[in-house]
Structures are given as C-alpha cells and as structure tokens.
Write a protein that binds this ligand. Structure first.
Ligand code: FAD
Length: 341
C-alpha cells in the first residue's frame, strides 16, 4: 500500500502478545462474525490492526450454523470460528487471544464529561486510546471497534453509565450495553470509538453481524480518509478486486481516472491544490493496485482452495480423494483405444 492516505503501519514490531506499548491504527475487540469482518476490512486497507478475542461468544451457544450464505450444507461453529480467525490473521491483523478489560482515553481525561477526543489525524500525534487486557497487555490505538455481542463493560471508562441501560428480569435489575449507543453506521459520541456489536437487531444473526462489522469498518475508513482531506464522496472505500478487463480502453489511461476524480471534488472543497494532487495520486495508485490478471486469479484460487482444505476433516478429505481417483480410473478405462491408422 502506498500514498498520502495510506501511511505505513504504526505497530512498532512484534505482536501484541509479546510487546507492551505497541501502537495500532485500530484495535478490534472480538473476532466473531462482526469483529472478524471489521478486522479484515481494516487490515486489507492497510491499517495496522490488532484483534483481541476471548470471553463470552454468542456463537458458542449456536448448535450448528445453517444459514450463513456460502456454506450450502451449513458449517459447524468450531470450524466457522477458526475460519473467521484465520481470515483476520491472513488479512494482516495481529490476532491476540486475550480479553480486553478496559479502553481508556490515552491522555487520561474523562470522556464522560461530554468532551470529545481530539482527532488523531497525524501519525505522530498521540494515540487516542489505551487498551488493557486480562493478561496484562497494554497497547494504544487511534481507533477502537467494539464487536462483542455479550460485552461492553470494557468501554465504561469512555462513556460511563450513559452507555448502559437497565432491564428488569425475574424481579432483578440487569444492566446491558445500550444497543443504540452507536448510530446506524457505528459512530459514537466518542471520537475514534465505533461499535459494531452489541447493536440490537443488527447482531442477532451471524451474517447480519458480519455485514454490520464490515459496514462499521467502512465508516471508520471513511472518517479517517475525510480527516486526511478527501471529499466525502471520495473518502468512501470500496474493497473491490477487479479483473484486468476493467482497466481496458479509456479506463486503462490514468488521465481518464484523474478526470473522473476531479469531477467528484466539490468546488468549495477547502483542500489546497498540492494536497489534492497527493490525495488523487494515492487514490489512483490504490485503484490501479487492485486489478488482477487471469493468471493471478488462478494462483489466488488455488491458494484459497488449499486453505479451505486445511480446515476440513482429514479423513473426509482422504475419503473424497479416493473416490475422485476411482472415478478418474473408470473414465480412463472407458476411453476408446487410440487408433494409429
Ligand atoms: C442460542 C443461540 C443460537 C444462535 N443460532 C444462530 C444461528 O443458527 N444462525 C445465526 O445466524 N445466528 C445464530 N445466533 C446468533 C449469532 O450467534 C450472533 O448473531 C453472532 O454470533 C453475533 O456476532 P458478534 O460478532 O456480534 O458476536 P459474537 O459471536 O458473540 O463474537 C464476539 C467475540 O468477541 C469475544 N469477546 C467477548 N468479549 C471480549 C472482550 N472483552 N475482549 C476480547 N474479546 C471478547 C468473544 O470471545 C467472541 O469470539 C445464535 C445465538 C444464540 C444465542
């Protein structure tokens, strides 16, 4: 990744398991469907992203997942959770088996007084948040995405009691994280804090939670790009991988893309010409990096299939391989002998 909006990662080496005081662009709390999707979108964009995952999971209570698109006969929960974690890891997230106990403002000020954190739009600026964990880890992050359907307690230092609501059940009062604390795009009153889950009806089915996680990550990226000077329409990030054919004809010409970009910059946009040219270059570099040739797609496909095979039951893989071999032998035997005249 390169370009003015794509500053290199900020984690200072090592993984969050060994290093203290590691700084991330983004910390995602939870690696269920919502957190995994958020982590994948953020890391693929190029943000240094850590995903912490331990503790109560809604999915653990599901017997078998039969309604997640892409698995025609369903998928067992254990394999699905492994795939979610592997995907986050493969996308570039530091995946940490640890429970987040608190997220606090890095400058020690109290968010509960309604004051918002300053925007951390400068890589050298202090990070907004300090994240502390059960195993004694302490990392900082510019942005945090909460993706923990059953937990929000670790956010209390940021927003206090206003983040919670009480219900009466069985004669007792229970406190829950307010599912409407974040807006429908995941933004909260605390600058840099986003909530993918808990989110009411948006987290009650696995595929909806995954969609919510991806959507909230896109919101975060849009905000970050806007802070860096992109006009709102161009700040939206599309994680699309394009075939070479999309870059043929007039769209193979970078100047055509420059015109397209310029047409979308509002007249009253306050960014100077030099900065705008930097942003345009970064935008176009990123667009041109996304296309893949047929050969590259074939390589990606083989790699993807191997990764899926790694997660299947070995005995079933061998059983199926033997069947395939037997089918191929029958087909070869059935072919007519080659005549030489
Ligand atoms: C009984 C039951 C059956 C269900 N059956 C289905 C079904 O068949 N189909 C379907 O689509 N949906 C089903 N669901 C709903 C589904 O489980 C949720 O929609 C989905 O899991 C929500 O995803 P999530 O990522 O928001 O939360 P979760 O799946 O709960 O994932 C949150 C993750 O965050 C981690 N975590 C929690 N707290 C912390 C912390 N403080 N620090 C670090 N990590 C933390 C957890 O370990 C977990 O891995 C069922 C739910 C229940 C309760």
């Amino acid at each position: 990744m390169s370009g003015a909006d794509d500053d290199a990662g900020s984690a200072d080496g090592g993984d969050a398991g060994r290093e203290r005081s590691v700084r991330y662009d983004a910390v995602v709390v939870g690696c269920g469907p919502a957190g995994a999707a958020a982590g994948v979108f953020l890391a693929r964009y190029g943000l240094e992203t850590a995903v912490f995952d331990r503790g109560s999971a809604s999915l653990d209570r599901c017997a078998f997942l039969g309604n997640y698109p892409g698995f025609p006969a369903g998928i067992d929960v254990e394999t699905f959770q492994t795939l979610l974690r592997e995907h986050a890891n493969e996308a570039g997230c530091a995946l940490v088996d640890d429970l987040v106990e608190s997220v606090q403002r890095a400058d020690g000020a109290d968010f509960a007084d309604g004051e918002l954190a300053p925007p951390a739009d400068d890589r050298d600026a202090d990070a907004r948040f300090v994240v502390e964990t059960q195993d004694g880890r302490c990392v900082t992050a510019d942005r945090v995405v909460a993706a923990t359907r059953y937990d929000g307690e670790y956010l209390r230092p940021l927003g206090g009691d206003e983040m919670f609501e009480t219900h009466e059940h069985g004669g007792e009062e229970h406190e829950h994280f307010d599912p409407d604390y974040a807006d429908e795009d995941g933004r909260t009153e605390v600058a840099g804090l986003y909530v993918a889950s808990p989110a009411g009806q948006r987290d009650v089915q696995a595929v909806v939670a995954a969609g919510r996680g991806a959507h909230v990550a896109r919101t975060l990226l849009e905000d970050r790009r806007t802070e860096r000077g992109y006009p709102r329409e161009l700040a939206r990030h599309y994680d699309w991988v394009l075939p070479d054919s999309e870059f043929e004809g007039e769209w193979g010409d970078r100047e055509r893309w420059e015109t397209w970009f310029d047409e979308r910059v509002p007249g009253d946009h306050g960014v100077g010409d030099e900065r705008l040219a930097e942003l345009r270059d970064a935008y176009l570099d990123r667009a041109f990096e996304t296309h893949r040739s047929a050969d590259e797609v074939a390589d990606l496909t083989e790699r993807a299939h191997r990764r899926l095979l790694d997660n299947l039951d070995d005995d079933l893989v061998l059983e199926r391989a033997a069947e395939i071999e037997a089918e191929r032998t029958v087909e070869t035997d059935a072919e007519p002998p080659v005549s030489d005249g």
